[in-house]
Design a protein around this ligand. Structure first.
Ligand code: PMP
Length: 406
């Protein structure tokens, strides 16, 4: 197979793709951890720092107006990426982790109580599990799990019984960062809405790799990070559906989130400012906006199609090796596996010597590792700039590692 012709020129947008690692051509297969950054994003950030690196909102001078306009434009671009309705809210956060903590502590603790249930899955990244454990501790609610099968697939026929009238929150991943599996969202959202439960979606992987419309998939909260989709680190967003924002209490207090402050009491600015206390990550937000424009220009459908096809090639080629065990199911650009008899960390170190970057370990998903009965896996994860040659390099590397350890 070859890389989709329309994506080929995009490879030139990523300066780092011509880098070398350990003296070899750099093969980047760790996109689940973070994506590489194209020139347009690097330039948007550099241009803020070189041309108008001043604070937003407060200034009455030209540069501050420009910074404010760019910051606000980024919010519109992020909203457009997920097809947010005009009466929904996009709040800038430091990333998916902060977005989910914001839902947990500015909304859930006030809307969940003893006797209620919070439903998650064993697929969750720790950042969509640990906050819910804490909400349960604080409120007396019970943490329950939507059943998954041995391959980490949600049992479709158990959704109806798992989401009960006691369920207040269903917190589910949009796409597993370990296996790439995409749960049956439409069934989950429809059932949750029918039972009056709010859906919190961890979109860290999902929004970066699939076209997402919160109007077609009406979740209550959607958390995602810029750095997984060509943007900078330390910036992300929380989308809040219309109606839910009025139910949220501020999460942090200070400058920028207030309307009026008196000696003993204060009032809050309207959302989204109410939830963005302090000087925000201005450069990050500007880079995030540039990243959303970039991936939309590449095309989220084209990204998904390329990753599905190359992901199939990846899984087939790795799966053909008789010394490898695969986890999960095919369908996306993430593939988790182990080389039998070799610790995942040693596989990662061996691949690094060949210039190939993968992730090894438990991928912030220890309960899923326990479910698979492993201490960790090797994960190769693709983005639209990966080519079949990257997969071939990985496969050749795995054969070499097997030979060394044999
Ligand atoms: N959820 C998933 C599925 C992820 O892959 C990640 C990042 N590895 C996160 C949450 C956390 O994202 P961040 O570190 O950007 O907050």
């Amino acid at each position: 197979m070859s890389i989709t012709a329309e994506l080929e020129p995009k490879l030139l947008d990523f300066p780092i793709l011509s880098a070398r690692s350990r003296g070899k051509d750099f093969v980047y297969l760790d996109n689940g951890a973070t994506s590489l950054k194209p020139r347009s994003v690097i330039e948007a950030i550099t241009s803020y720092y070189t041309e108008y690196s001043v604070n937003i909102h407060r200034g009455v001078y030209e540069m501050s107006e420009r910074a404010t306009a760019e910051y606000d434009r980024s919010r519109e671009d992020v909203a457009a990426l997920i097809d947010a309705p005009t009466d929904g809210q996009v709040i800038f956060t430091s990333g998916t982790t902060e977005s989910i903590n914001m839902v947990a502590f500015s909304w859930a603790v006030g809307h969940v109580s003893s006797g209620d249930e919070i439903l998650v899955t064993l697929l969750e990244h720790h950042s969509n599990l640990v906050p819910w454990q804490q909400v349960c501790r604080a409120t007396g609610a019970e943490l329950r799990f939507l059943p998954i099968g041995p391959d980490g697939v949600v049992s479709q026929d158990r959704i109806d019984e798992a989401i009960t009238t006691k369920t207040r929150v269903v917190a589910v991943t949009g796409m597993s960062n370990v296996t790439g599996y995409v749960p049956p969202h439409h069934t989950i959202v429809a059932t949750a809405r029918e039972r009056g439960a709010a859906v919190v979606m961890d979109g860290a992987q999902f929004v970066a790799h699939r076209p997402v419309s919160v109007q077609e998939l009406p979740v209550d909260f959607l958390a995602f990070s810029a750095h997984k989709m060509c943007g900078p680190t330390g910036i992300g967003a929380l989308y809040v559906a219309p109606g839910r924002v009025a139910e949220m209490e501020p999460y942090q207090y200070g400058g920028d989130m207030i309307q009026a402050v008196h000696a003993t009491e204060s009032t809050w600015a309207p959302a989204p400012a109410r939830f963005e206390a302090g000087t925000p990550n201005i450069a990050g937000a500007i880079g995030f906006g540039a990243a959303t424009r970039y991936v939309r220009d590449v095309g989220m459908d084209a990204i998904a199609a390329h990753e599905t096809e190359l992901g199939r090639y990846l899984r087939d080629k790795v799966g053909e090796l008789d010394f490898v065990t695969l986890y999960g199911v095919p369908g996306t650009g993430i593939c988790s596996f182990n080389v039998r008899g070799v610790h995942p960390h040693d596989v990662g170190t061996g691949l690094d010597q060949l210039g190939i970057a993968v992730r090894t370990g438990f991928h912030c998903a220890q309960p899923l590792m326990e479910h698979f009965n492993v201490t960790g896996t090797v994960r190769a994860s693709l983005y639209f700039y990966n080519r079949p040659e990257d997969v071939d390099a990985l496969v050749a590397g795995l054969v070499r590692i097997r030979d060394i350890f044999a």
